[in-house]
Design a binder for this molecule. Sequence first.
Ligand SMILES: [Zn+2]
Length: 613
Amino acid sequence: MDTVDEIKQRLDIVQVISGYLPGLKKSGRNFKAVCPFHSEKTPSFFVFPDRQSWHCFGACGTGGDVFAFVMRQEGVDFKDALTILAGKAGVPLVQPRIEEGQSEAGRLRQINDAAAGYFHHLLFHSAGGQRARDYLQKRGVWEQTARRFQLGYSLDSWDSLRLELMKRGYHEKELVAAGLLVQKEPEGSYDRFRQRLMFPIRDASGRVIGFGARALDDSEPKYLNSPQTLIFDKSSTLYGIDFAREPIRKQNVAVVVEGYMDVIVAHQHGFANVVASLGTALTEKHVGIVKKLTNHLVLALDADAAGKMATLRGIQVAGLTFDQKVVPVPTSAGLVTREQLDAQIRVMVLPAGQDPDDVIRQSPGEWERLLAEAPPVVDYTFDLVVSRLDVNKVEDKTQAMSQLLPLVAQIQHPVRQAHYVQKLARMVGLDEKKVYAELAPAAAPRPRREAGLAPDSRPAAPAPPGDLLAGYCLYLLLTYPDLRDQAGDLRVEYFPQTKDREVFLAWRDAGDAGTLRGAIDPNLVEHLDSITSRSLPPLHGSEQQTALRQCSNRLRERWLKDLKAKEQVLISELEAAGKPTDLQQIQESAVKLNAQLGEVFLHGKEKRKRARD
Ligand SMILES: [Zn+2]
């Protein structure tokens, strides 16, 4: 039995959850409470002791095992939930190994993590930290927010971090490689970050990969980042993505801002779908990260940047991969590929002289309005060009054509392209056909597109012990790397056990299966190995795809059936208890659930109905 199972066996889910929700009350064989994850008056949050799982039948529709509950309730990742629950259960955890053989990347992450802990400690427990705390207070950042983002303070010293981390057994060379020390010539080193407010930068899985640091005096530069290292690359990192990942997926929109403080203040005020590019222009890699989560990106630009054609052209180029993509969509007929038509980038222009955090602090409503009214980047560019030219003049018409035509040529989707061709034609007083004729040579070579993962949402799950089906699905994904492109219809909620979910998420985020083992929590390695070491006959060619498709369909079917089963248990209990209000509420949610279950389920129901009739 691995650590995760041992913890589960020792803990009773009802006891753990009632520790967080004192209002949890018995309802038949199960327990219910007002859902802690969405706002409601009548309880639709249920705990099922038999299944050792929980589920909310209300608006948020979330569910899972005891780990999933703690992760959500405490707002932590799997690693922290594991620490919390292992403590409750009295089960010792496998500590990260630091001996030889550990991947260099893993070692660098560990060093960054240690540094983040040290800086965070100094923020609250050093005399100099007061200055950083004052600054945070001035910017309206609450203490709990500072703790959540693990903000820190670096001492006004050339060697305090070096001494501290070397005391903990790290080598000077490694600290240089992690970007925390600067190499001196011909020898020696010194702390890169001194007397600064420290922002640990985390990857999507919540691991610290670098730092942003703001000067607290007049030092230049005002903002200093970790240099490029083996694990840190500014052009492919979004600050806040670890916290924003689920909200982006749920709300189906990501907002990209520029500053650390913008992200922190946005999250503090409940706008958790906000991330920041680290002082660089939006890159294709940034878009790639967001694309996995949503097809809808909003860029918050300050008035200055938004007024520059170069900024907008940069966005358009980066957004090429965003405009249209083919995603596999599960339907009753199986898997079909469909173009995503509504993928778009919009531009949110901030009032002159204001940063996102100013806007949010002054008026969250104003932020929402700006977001709602943000025009698509192409429209914005059109308006910008028009505002600068007099399209009654011949030379300005020519200019408009030369500036806007390449933009229109890049739009991949024919219907959308036609819309802008029409707009452009009208603007310059040309026939649409003529614009089309000009379009062909203006078209840039198109980058090859890869099939992305369909964005998934609404985690919800049953929890049978020892999940063979999920294990087989993960086995296929890990054994046959080519299946990555075929896995678009797999959703995280198909994996009821958090440990399977974590492996699935790690696989999804990992470049390849090789890096996955180093990236995953050490307490999951045993589970991972138990999946990959299955001795099954090899599958060839299309057999692999067929196996995955069947497996995925079965996972989906199981997920739907389990939801129905849970509902059924509740309905019969409430009937027995004679509680018409609750019953009605559950039945209403059942109707909602059915609507969400999609075509597969409805199709099956119709078939059964026909069979009965
Ligand atoms: Zn809920």
